[in-house]
Ligand binder design. Structure first.
Ligand code: HEC
Length: 143
């Protein structure tokens, strides 16, 4: 029993030395999303940690194995939709993401439920949902 515990602790310590890469690439103001402040406020509160280059990395993202999970989540989130590169997203992709964003907002699919358990400040109120889904619809009208 003691031996198992010792091995477990040794394992937890050793995985801390596996290199990880938490990046916040520089934000290019020419590409960055720039819109009404009430919209930006909601997006920054609830979406930017995974969908921008302005991730506020939580403390637990320094500790393996949680760090691996957070880093891959942010990587996939940015790949799907990155508000820091908003002006650079090709029209056909932007249309799809905006359509999905309306659905994910109305169906409480984003932010992911597991994330909201730890980050309750990111929960969208009914008012927040209205603000961003109306903005997504307005953006769609540009196409
Ligand atoms: C904890 C990280 C996280 C947060 C916070 C988050 N997302 Fe996501 N989001 C992801 C990940 C990861 C993906 C890509 C994988 C997937 O589709 O599940 C994604 C995908 C998406 C997509 C693309 C879905 C598709 O099927 O094309 C949209 C749209 C989206 N998110 C909108 C939002 C909006 C709007 C918010 C804020 C209200 C938000 N997300 C907050 C992690 C996050």
């Amino acid at each position: 029993m003691k031996k198992t515990l010792f091995l477990f602790i040794a394992l937890v310590i050793s995985i801390q030395f596996i290199p990880t890469t938490k990046t916040n690439p520089p934000v290019d103001e020419k590409l960055n999303l720039n819109t009404k402040s009430e919209v930006l406020k909601v997006l920054k509160k609830s979406c930017y940690n995974c969908h921008s280059n302005e991730t506020k990395w939580p403390i637990y993202s320094n500790i393996a194995p949680f760090s691996w999970f957070v880093i891959s989540n942010v990587k996939n989130g940015r790949k799907a939709l990155n508000f820091s590169q908003w002006e650079d997203i090709p029209s056909d992709i932007k249309i799809k993401r905006l359509q999905r964003a309306i659905k994910t907002t109305n169906n409480d699919l984003m932010p992911p439920a597991g994330y909201l358990k730890i980050h309750d400040y990111a929960i969208l109120s009914e008012e927040d949902k209205k603000i961003i889904s109306e903005w997504f619809k307005l953006e769609l009208k540009k196409f």
